[in-house]
Design a protein around this ligand. Structure first.
Ligand SMILES: Cc1ncc(COP(=O)(O)O)c(C=O)c1O
Length: 440
Protein backbone atom coordinates (compact mmCIF):
# COMPACT_ATOMS: atom_id res chain seq x y z
CA UNK A 1 0.00 0.00 0.00
CA UNK A 2 2.85 2.36 0.95
CA UNK A 3 4.32 1.82 -2.49
CA UNK A 4 0.98 2.77 -4.03
CA UNK A 5 1.06 6.25 -2.44
CA UNK A 6 4.68 6.74 -3.45
CA UNK A 7 4.01 5.61 -6.99
CA UNK A 8 1.11 8.07 -7.32
CA UNK A 9 3.24 10.96 -6.04
CA UNK A 10 5.88 10.12 -8.64
CA UNK A 11 3.37 9.93 -11.49
CA UNK A 12 1.73 13.17 -10.32
CA UNK A 13 5.09 14.95 -10.10
CA UNK A 14 5.94 14.11 -13.67
CA UNK A 15 2.65 15.18 -15.26
CA UNK A 16 0.48 17.52 -13.16
CA UNK A 17 0.42 21.24 -12.40
CA UNK A 18 -1.43 21.98 -9.14
CA UNK A 19 -3.38 25.13 -8.18
CA UNK A 20 -1.71 27.76 -5.99
CA UNK A 21 1.45 25.66 -5.82
CA UNK A 22 5.09 26.64 -6.23
CA UNK A 23 6.29 23.32 -7.58
CA UNK A 24 9.94 24.15 -6.89
CA UNK A 25 9.44 23.89 -3.12
CA UNK A 26 6.06 22.28 -2.58
CA UNK A 27 5.71 19.22 -0.35
CA UNK A 28 4.53 15.94 -1.82
CA UNK A 29 0.75 16.01 -2.27
CA UNK A 30 -1.44 13.98 0.05
CA UNK A 31 -2.70 10.94 -1.86
CA UNK A 32 -6.38 10.69 -1.04
CA UNK A 33 -7.96 7.38 -1.93
CA UNK A 34 -11.41 7.78 -0.37
CA UNK A 35 -13.49 9.96 1.93
CA UNK A 36 -16.32 9.49 4.40
CA UNK A 37 -17.94 11.94 6.78
CA UNK A 38 -15.43 14.49 8.02
CA UNK A 39 -12.44 12.32 7.03
CA UNK A 40 -10.25 11.75 3.98
CA UNK A 41 -8.29 8.47 3.75
CA UNK A 42 -4.96 7.90 2.02
CA UNK A 43 -3.96 4.76 0.13
CA UNK A 44 -2.91 3.09 3.38
CA UNK A 45 -6.24 3.82 5.03
CA UNK A 46 -4.82 6.55 7.28
CA UNK A 47 -7.56 9.10 8.20
CA UNK A 48 -7.20 12.87 7.87
CA UNK A 49 -9.78 15.16 9.46
CA UNK A 50 -10.96 17.60 6.79
CA UNK A 51 -11.08 20.80 8.89
CA UNK A 52 -11.26 23.03 5.80
CA UNK A 53 -14.19 21.24 4.12
CA UNK A 54 -12.03 20.53 1.06
CA UNK A 55 -11.45 24.22 0.24
CA UNK A 56 -14.68 25.41 1.85
CA UNK A 57 -17.04 23.39 -0.30
CA UNK A 58 -18.16 20.36 1.67
CA UNK A 59 -21.29 20.84 3.73
CA UNK A 60 -22.63 17.51 5.04
CA UNK A 61 -19.45 15.44 5.07
CA UNK A 62 -18.06 13.19 2.35
CA UNK A 63 -19.80 10.19 0.87
CA UNK A 64 -23.40 11.19 1.64
CA UNK A 65 -25.75 8.56 0.24
CA UNK A 66 -28.55 11.10 -0.35
CA UNK A 67 -26.34 13.19 -2.63
CA UNK A 68 -24.82 10.20 -4.41
CA UNK A 69 -28.28 8.71 -5.02
CA UNK A 70 -29.64 11.98 -6.41
CA UNK A 71 -26.68 12.22 -8.79
CA UNK A 72 -26.98 8.62 -9.90
CA UNK A 73 -30.75 8.85 -10.53
CA UNK A 74 -30.34 12.06 -12.50
CA UNK A 75 -27.40 10.76 -14.54
CA UNK A 76 -29.46 7.79 -15.72
CA UNK A 77 -32.50 9.93 -16.55
CA UNK A 78 -30.98 13.02 -18.19
CA UNK A 79 -27.22 13.47 -17.89
CA UNK A 80 -26.60 16.63 -19.84
CA UNK A 81 -28.04 18.82 -22.53
CA UNK A 82 -27.14 22.33 -23.71
CA UNK A 83 -29.11 25.12 -22.07
CA UNK A 84 -29.65 27.66 -24.87
CA UNK A 85 -33.13 27.06 -26.24
CA UNK A 86 -33.59 24.01 -23.96
CA UNK A 87 -34.83 23.60 -20.40
CA UNK A 88 -35.42 20.78 -17.90
CA UNK A 89 -37.01 20.09 -14.55
CA UNK A 90 -33.86 20.06 -12.35
CA UNK A 91 -32.74 23.50 -13.56
CA UNK A 92 -36.18 25.07 -13.20
CA UNK A 93 -36.95 23.47 -9.85
CA UNK A 94 -33.61 24.52 -8.35
CA UNK A 95 -33.99 28.08 -9.62
CA UNK A 96 -37.51 28.31 -8.18
CA UNK A 97 -36.29 27.03 -4.84
CA UNK A 98 -33.21 29.27 -4.60
CA UNK A 99 -35.08 32.40 -5.68
CA UNK A 100 -37.72 31.76 -3.02
CA UNK A 101 -35.12 31.07 -0.34
CA UNK A 102 -33.14 34.18 -1.31
CA UNK A 103 -36.06 36.54 -0.45
CA UNK A 104 -34.87 38.84 -3.24
CA UNK A 105 -38.45 39.19 -4.42
CA UNK A 106 -40.70 38.51 -7.39
CA UNK A 107 -39.08 38.76 -10.79
CA UNK A 108 -35.67 37.59 -9.53
CA UNK A 109 -33.79 35.50 -12.11
CA UNK A 110 -31.10 32.87 -11.81
CA UNK A 111 -28.21 32.47 -14.28
CA UNK A 112 -26.25 29.19 -14.07
CA UNK A 113 -22.51 28.81 -14.59
CA UNK A 114 -19.80 26.40 -13.48
CA UNK A 115 -18.02 27.63 -10.34
CA UNK A 116 -17.50 30.58 -8.01
CA UNK A 117 -15.33 32.60 -10.38
CA UNK A 118 -17.82 32.32 -13.20
CA UNK A 119 -20.75 33.17 -10.89
CA UNK A 120 -18.83 36.39 -10.11
CA UNK A 121 -17.87 36.96 -13.74
CA UNK A 122 -21.54 36.73 -14.74
CA UNK A 123 -22.56 39.24 -12.03
CA UNK A 124 -19.89 41.71 -13.17
CA UNK A 125 -20.83 41.34 -16.84
CA UNK A 126 -24.52 41.82 -16.03
CA UNK A 127 -23.79 45.05 -14.14
CA UNK A 128 -21.49 46.37 -16.85
CA UNK A 129 -23.96 45.65 -19.63
CA UNK A 130 -26.96 46.79 -17.58
CA UNK A 131 -25.58 50.34 -17.71
CA UNK A 132 -24.56 50.03 -21.35
CA UNK A 133 -28.06 48.86 -22.29
CA UNK A 134 -29.37 51.97 -20.53
CA UNK A 135 -27.05 54.18 -22.56
CA UNK A 136 -24.41 54.76 -19.87
CA UNK A 137 -20.74 53.85 -19.70
CA UNK A 138 -19.71 52.98 -16.14
CA UNK A 139 -16.12 51.72 -16.24
CA UNK A 140 -15.43 51.24 -12.52
CA UNK A 141 -16.26 48.61 -9.92
CA UNK A 142 -15.98 49.16 -6.17
CA UNK A 143 -14.64 46.44 -3.88
CA UNK A 144 -13.48 45.93 -0.29
CA UNK A 145 -9.73 45.83 0.39
CA UNK A 146 -8.48 42.25 0.51
CA UNK A 147 -11.55 40.92 -1.31
CA UNK A 148 -11.09 37.67 -3.20
CA UNK A 149 -13.61 36.64 -5.84
CA UNK A 150 -11.95 33.98 -7.98
CA UNK A 151 -9.34 33.52 -10.66
CA UNK A 152 -10.94 34.44 -13.99
CA UNK A 153 -10.01 37.84 -15.38
CA UNK A 154 -12.92 39.92 -14.08
CA UNK A 155 -12.94 38.11 -10.75
CA UNK A 156 -9.17 38.64 -10.40
CA UNK A 157 -9.57 42.31 -11.19
CA UNK A 158 -12.12 42.91 -8.44
CA UNK A 159 -9.90 40.81 -6.16
CA UNK A 160 -6.80 42.74 -7.16
CA UNK A 161 -6.18 43.97 -3.61
CA UNK A 162 -6.00 40.38 -2.35
CA UNK A 163 -2.38 40.48 -3.50
CA UNK A 164 -2.54 37.19 -5.40
CA UNK A 165 -2.69 38.60 -8.91
CA UNK A 166 0.17 41.05 -9.39
CA UNK A 167 1.30 39.17 -12.52
CA UNK A 168 -1.93 40.12 -14.30
CA UNK A 169 -2.28 43.74 -13.21
CA UNK A 170 -1.67 45.16 -16.69
CA UNK A 171 -4.79 43.36 -17.96
CA UNK A 172 -7.15 44.74 -15.35
CA UNK A 173 -9.89 47.40 -15.53
CA UNK A 174 -10.41 50.22 -13.00
CA UNK A 175 -11.33 49.18 -9.50
CA UNK A 176 -11.93 51.40 -6.47
CA UNK A 177 -10.78 49.67 -3.31
CA UNK A 178 -12.57 50.60 -0.07
CA UNK A 179 -11.02 50.24 3.35
CA UNK A 180 -12.81 47.82 5.69
CA UNK A 181 -12.48 47.75 9.49
CA UNK A 182 -11.79 44.23 10.71
CA UNK A 183 -13.55 43.06 13.81
CA UNK A 184 -12.75 40.32 16.28
CA UNK A 185 -13.91 39.44 19.73
CA UNK A 186 -15.29 42.36 21.67
CA UNK A 187 -12.94 44.89 20.08
CA UNK A 188 -14.83 48.06 19.39
CA UNK A 189 -14.40 49.27 15.85
CA UNK A 190 -17.20 51.85 15.75
CA UNK A 191 -14.77 54.72 15.21
CA UNK A 192 -12.93 52.89 12.49
CA UNK A 193 -16.20 51.96 10.87
CA UNK A 194 -17.38 55.55 10.90
CA UNK A 195 -14.10 56.68 9.31
CA UNK A 196 -14.43 54.05 6.55
CA UNK A 197 -18.05 55.03 5.95
CA UNK A 198 -17.12 58.72 5.69
CA UNK A 199 -14.34 57.87 3.22
CA UNK A 200 -16.80 55.80 1.21
CA UNK A 201 -19.31 58.68 1.12
CA UNK A 202 -16.62 61.05 -0.07
CA UNK A 203 -15.53 58.64 -2.78
CA UNK A 204 -19.13 58.18 -3.90
CA UNK A 205 -19.52 61.95 -4.14
CA UNK A 206 -16.67 62.00 -6.67
CA UNK A 207 -17.23 58.91 -8.79
CA UNK A 208 -20.72 57.41 -8.22
CA UNK A 209 -21.73 58.04 -11.84
CA UNK A 210 -18.78 55.96 -13.09
CA UNK A 211 -19.44 52.93 -10.88
CA UNK A 212 -21.18 49.89 -12.40
CA UNK A 213 -21.38 47.93 -9.12
CA UNK A 214 -20.06 47.35 -5.62
CA UNK A 215 -18.96 43.74 -4.97
CA UNK A 216 -18.27 42.38 -1.49
CA UNK A 217 -17.86 39.13 0.39
CA UNK A 218 -20.50 39.68 3.07
CA UNK A 219 -19.40 39.47 6.75
CA UNK A 220 -16.27 37.36 6.15
CA UNK A 221 -13.52 37.91 3.60
CA UNK A 222 -12.21 34.38 3.18
CA UNK A 223 -8.94 34.30 1.27
CA UNK A 224 -7.92 37.66 2.81
CA UNK A 225 -7.47 35.69 6.05
CA UNK A 226 -10.99 35.13 7.40
CA UNK A 227 -11.38 38.84 8.10
CA UNK A 228 -14.71 39.75 9.67
CA UNK A 229 -16.65 42.99 9.44
CA UNK A 230 -19.85 43.86 11.25
CA UNK A 231 -23.35 43.47 9.78
CA UNK A 232 -24.07 47.10 10.76
CA UNK A 233 -21.08 48.34 8.77
CA UNK A 234 -21.98 46.24 5.75
CA UNK A 235 -25.62 47.35 5.88
CA UNK A 236 -24.63 51.03 6.00
CA UNK A 237 -22.20 50.72 3.08
CA UNK A 238 -24.82 48.92 0.99
CA UNK A 239 -27.52 51.50 1.81
CA UNK A 240 -25.20 54.31 0.72
CA UNK A 241 -24.26 52.51 -2.50
CA UNK A 242 -27.86 51.80 -3.41
CA UNK A 243 -28.96 55.34 -2.58
CA UNK A 244 -26.29 56.46 -5.04
CA UNK A 245 -27.85 54.15 -7.66
CA UNK A 246 -25.05 51.56 -7.53
CA UNK A 247 -26.06 47.87 -7.65
CA UNK A 248 -24.67 45.74 -4.84
CA UNK A 249 -23.27 42.25 -5.57
CA UNK A 250 -22.83 39.89 -2.64
CA UNK A 251 -20.31 37.17 -3.36
CA UNK A 252 -21.69 34.39 -1.13
CA UNK A 253 -19.54 31.72 -2.78
CA UNK A 254 -17.88 30.92 0.56
CA UNK A 255 -20.45 32.29 3.00
CA UNK A 256 -23.55 30.66 1.50
CA UNK A 257 -25.43 27.61 2.77
CA UNK A 258 -25.18 28.34 6.49
CA UNK A 259 -21.41 28.76 6.68
CA UNK A 260 -21.95 31.96 8.72
CA UNK A 261 -24.96 30.58 10.61
CA UNK A 262 -27.74 31.71 8.27
CA UNK A 263 -28.60 30.36 4.81
CA UNK A 264 -26.90 33.42 3.30
CA UNK A 265 -24.73 35.88 5.22
CA UNK A 266 -26.85 38.85 4.12
CA UNK A 267 -29.69 37.43 6.19
CA UNK A 268 -27.79 38.84 9.21
CA UNK A 269 -27.88 42.35 7.77
CA UNK A 270 -30.87 44.60 7.18
CA UNK A 271 -30.23 45.02 3.44
CA UNK A 272 -30.86 42.86 0.42
CA UNK A 273 -28.28 42.72 -2.35
CA UNK A 274 -29.18 43.21 -6.04
CA UNK A 275 -27.13 40.25 -7.22
CA UNK A 276 -25.89 37.18 -5.32
CA UNK A 277 -23.11 34.80 -6.43
CA UNK A 278 -23.34 31.19 -5.25
CA UNK A 279 -21.18 28.09 -5.70
CA UNK A 280 -19.02 25.83 -3.45
CA UNK A 281 -21.64 24.53 -0.96
CA UNK A 282 -24.52 24.78 -3.43
CA UNK A 283 -24.24 21.07 -4.31
CA UNK A 284 -23.22 20.10 -0.79
CA UNK A 285 -19.71 20.59 -2.15
CA UNK A 286 -19.51 17.50 -4.31
CA UNK A 287 -19.98 18.83 -7.85
CA UNK A 288 -19.09 22.17 -9.44
CA UNK A 289 -21.98 24.56 -10.05
CA UNK A 290 -22.25 28.35 -10.10
CA UNK A 291 -25.41 30.41 -9.84
CA UNK A 292 -25.95 34.15 -10.01
CA UNK A 293 -29.23 35.51 -8.62
CA UNK A 294 -30.29 38.79 -10.16
CA UNK A 295 -33.17 41.10 -9.24
CA UNK A 296 -35.82 41.49 -11.93
CA UNK A 297 -35.04 45.09 -12.88
CA UNK A 298 -31.58 44.05 -14.11
CA UNK A 299 -33.04 41.26 -16.23
CA UNK A 300 -35.55 43.70 -17.77
CA UNK A 301 -32.71 45.92 -18.99
CA UNK A 302 -31.56 43.05 -21.24
CA UNK A 303 -34.87 42.82 -23.10
CA UNK A 304 -34.52 44.58 -26.44
CA UNK A 305 -34.94 44.37 -30.17
CA UNK A 306 -31.49 43.04 -30.96
CA UNK A 307 -29.11 40.36 -29.72
CA UNK A 308 -26.63 43.04 -28.78
CA UNK A 309 -28.76 43.79 -25.70
CA UNK A 310 -28.79 40.12 -24.63
CA UNK A 311 -26.21 38.67 -22.23
CA UNK A 312 -23.53 36.98 -24.33
CA UNK A 313 -22.47 34.46 -21.74
CA UNK A 314 -22.84 30.69 -21.46
CA UNK A 315 -20.86 27.54 -20.79
CA UNK A 316 -21.03 24.06 -22.26
CA UNK A 317 -22.30 22.78 -18.92
CA UNK A 318 -24.64 25.66 -18.06
CA UNK A 319 -27.53 24.27 -16.02
CA UNK A 320 -26.16 20.73 -15.99
CA UNK A 321 -29.03 18.51 -14.71
CA UNK A 322 -26.82 16.32 -12.52
CA UNK A 323 -25.35 19.25 -10.61
CA UNK A 324 -28.83 20.79 -10.24
CA UNK A 325 -30.11 17.48 -8.82
CA UNK A 326 -27.21 17.43 -6.35
CA UNK A 327 -28.08 21.00 -5.32
CA UNK A 328 -31.73 20.02 -4.73
CA UNK A 329 -30.60 17.10 -2.56
CA UNK A 330 -28.28 19.46 -0.67
CA UNK A 331 -31.20 21.79 0.11
CA UNK A 332 -33.30 18.80 1.23
CA UNK A 333 -30.53 17.80 3.64
CA UNK A 334 -30.09 21.36 4.94
CA UNK A 335 -33.80 21.69 5.61
CA UNK A 336 -34.21 18.19 7.01
CA UNK A 337 -31.45 18.53 9.59
CA UNK A 338 -32.02 22.13 10.62
CA UNK A 339 -28.64 23.41 9.52
CA UNK A 340 -28.86 26.55 11.67
CA UNK A 341 -28.85 24.42 14.84
CA UNK A 342 -26.00 22.22 13.59
CA UNK A 343 -23.90 25.25 12.74
CA UNK A 344 -24.69 26.96 16.06
CA UNK A 345 -23.32 23.87 17.78
CA UNK A 346 -20.14 23.99 15.66
CA UNK A 347 -19.85 27.68 16.56
CA UNK A 348 -19.80 26.99 20.27
CA UNK A 349 -17.28 24.17 19.91
CA UNK A 350 -15.02 26.42 17.85
CA UNK A 351 -15.35 29.20 20.44
CA UNK A 352 -14.57 26.86 23.35
CA UNK A 353 -11.53 25.37 21.61
CA UNK A 354 -10.10 28.70 20.50
CA UNK A 355 -10.71 30.29 23.91
CA UNK A 356 -8.79 27.45 25.56
CA UNK A 357 -5.91 27.90 23.14
CA UNK A 358 -5.89 31.64 23.76
CA UNK A 359 -5.40 31.10 27.50
CA UNK A 360 -2.19 29.12 26.94
CA UNK A 361 -0.62 30.25 23.68
CA UNK A 362 0.35 33.55 22.00
CA UNK A 363 -2.62 33.85 19.68
CA UNK A 364 -4.77 36.91 19.06
CA UNK A 365 -7.67 38.34 17.06
CA UNK A 366 -9.78 35.28 17.73
CA UNK A 367 -13.12 35.23 15.93
CA UNK A 368 -15.94 32.82 15.29
CA UNK A 369 -19.03 33.21 13.13
CA UNK A 370 -21.25 30.28 12.26
CA UNK A 371 -19.10 27.34 11.18
CA UNK A 372 -15.92 29.40 10.74
CA UNK A 373 -13.38 30.07 13.48
CA UNK A 374 -10.02 31.83 13.11
CA UNK A 375 -7.13 33.29 15.09
CA UNK A 376 -3.73 34.77 14.38
CA UNK A 377 -0.32 33.70 15.62
CA UNK A 378 1.31 36.67 17.33
CA UNK A 379 4.49 37.93 15.75
CA UNK A 380 4.36 35.61 12.74
CA UNK A 381 4.50 36.72 9.11
CA UNK A 382 1.13 37.23 7.42
CA UNK A 383 2.68 36.34 4.04
CA UNK A 384 0.40 33.81 2.31
CA UNK A 385 3.13 31.50 1.07
CA UNK A 386 5.84 31.93 3.67
CA UNK A 387 6.31 31.80 7.41
CA UNK A 388 4.37 29.55 9.67
CA UNK A 389 1.65 28.37 7.29
CA UNK A 390 3.54 25.57 5.55
CA UNK A 391 5.22 23.91 8.54
CA UNK A 392 2.01 24.13 10.57
CA UNK A 393 -0.07 22.62 7.77
CA UNK A 394 2.52 19.89 7.24
CA UNK A 395 2.68 19.00 10.94
CA UNK A 396 -1.09 18.85 11.25
CA UNK A 397 -1.40 16.73 8.12
CA UNK A 398 1.25 14.32 9.39
CA UNK A 399 -0.81 14.06 12.57
CA UNK A 400 -4.10 13.45 10.78
CA UNK A 401 -5.67 16.91 10.53
CA UNK A 402 -6.02 19.01 7.40
CA UNK A 403 -5.55 22.74 8.06
CA UNK A 404 -4.24 25.31 5.58
CA UNK A 405 -3.43 28.56 7.42
CA UNK A 406 -3.59 31.77 5.39
CA UNK A 407 -0.26 33.32 6.38
CA UNK A 408 -0.39 33.61 10.18
CA UNK A 409 -4.17 33.13 10.25
CA UNK A 410 -5.19 29.66 11.37
CA UNK A 411 -8.82 28.86 10.66
CA UNK A 412 -11.21 25.93 10.88
CA UNK A 413 -14.25 25.42 8.68
CA UNK A 414 -15.37 21.81 9.12
CA UNK A 415 -18.24 19.99 7.39
CA UNK A 416 -21.45 20.09 9.43
CA UNK A 417 -21.14 16.40 10.42
CA UNK A 418 -18.07 17.15 12.56
CA UNK A 419 -18.19 15.60 16.07
CA UNK A 420 -16.89 16.83 19.45
CA UNK A 421 -14.10 14.23 19.33
CA UNK A 422 -13.01 15.63 15.95
CA UNK A 423 -12.61 19.07 17.54
CA UNK A 424 -10.62 17.45 20.36
CA UNK A 425 -8.29 15.91 17.79
CA UNK A 426 -7.84 19.16 15.85
CA UNK A 427 -7.13 21.29 18.95
CA UNK A 428 -4.85 18.65 20.50
CA UNK A 429 -2.75 18.48 17.33
CA UNK A 430 -2.53 22.28 17.26
CA UNK A 431 -1.45 22.35 20.92
CA UNK A 432 1.18 19.70 20.19
CA UNK A 433 2.45 21.80 17.30
CA UNK A 434 2.66 24.92 19.47
CA UNK A 435 4.40 22.94 22.24
CA UNK A 436 6.93 21.29 19.94
CA UNK A 437 7.72 24.47 17.96
CA UNK A 438 8.36 26.88 20.79
CA UNK A 439 5.09 28.77 20.37
CA UNK A 440 4.27 29.42 24.00
C1 LIG B 1 -15.67 34.49 -1.94
C2 LIG B 1 -15.20 33.68 -3.11
N1 LIG B 1 -15.61 34.00 -4.34
C3 LIG B 1 -15.24 33.29 -5.41
C4 LIG B 1 -14.41 32.21 -5.29
C5 LIG B 1 -13.99 31.42 -6.51
O1 LIG B 1 -14.64 30.21 -6.55
P1 LIG B 1 -14.08 29.03 -7.47
O2 LIG B 1 -12.80 28.60 -6.87
O3 LIG B 1 -15.15 27.99 -7.43
O4 LIG B 1 -13.90 29.59 -8.84
C6 LIG B 1 -13.96 31.83 -4.02
C7 LIG B 1 -13.05 30.68 -3.85
O5 LIG B 1 -12.47 30.44 -2.84
C8 LIG B 1 -14.36 32.58 -2.90
O6 LIG B 1 -13.95 32.29 -1.66
Amino acid sequence: MKLKNKDLVGRDASILWHPYTQHRFSDDPLCVASAKGAYLYDGEGKPYLDMISSWWVNIHGHGRTELADAISRQALNLDHVHFAGVTHEPAVALAERLVKLSRLGDGTRLFYSDNGSTAVEVALKICHQYWRNRGQQRPRIMTFRGGYHGDTLGAMTVGESSGFFDAFRSWMFDVDVLEVPHTWGAASTREEESACIRAFQERLGNIAGDVAALIVEPLIQGAAGMRFHSPEFLSEICRLARNAGIPVIFDEVMTGFFRTGTLFAYMQTDVLPDLVCLSKGITGGILPLGATLVKGEYFSAFLGDSFSEALAHGHSFTGNPITCAAAMANLDLLEGRDAAILVADISSQLSDGIEKLERRYPIEKTRVLGGIGAFELKGKSSDYAAGVARPLARYCQDHGVILRPLGNVVYMMPPYCVLPEDFDLAFTVLEDYFGSHGIS
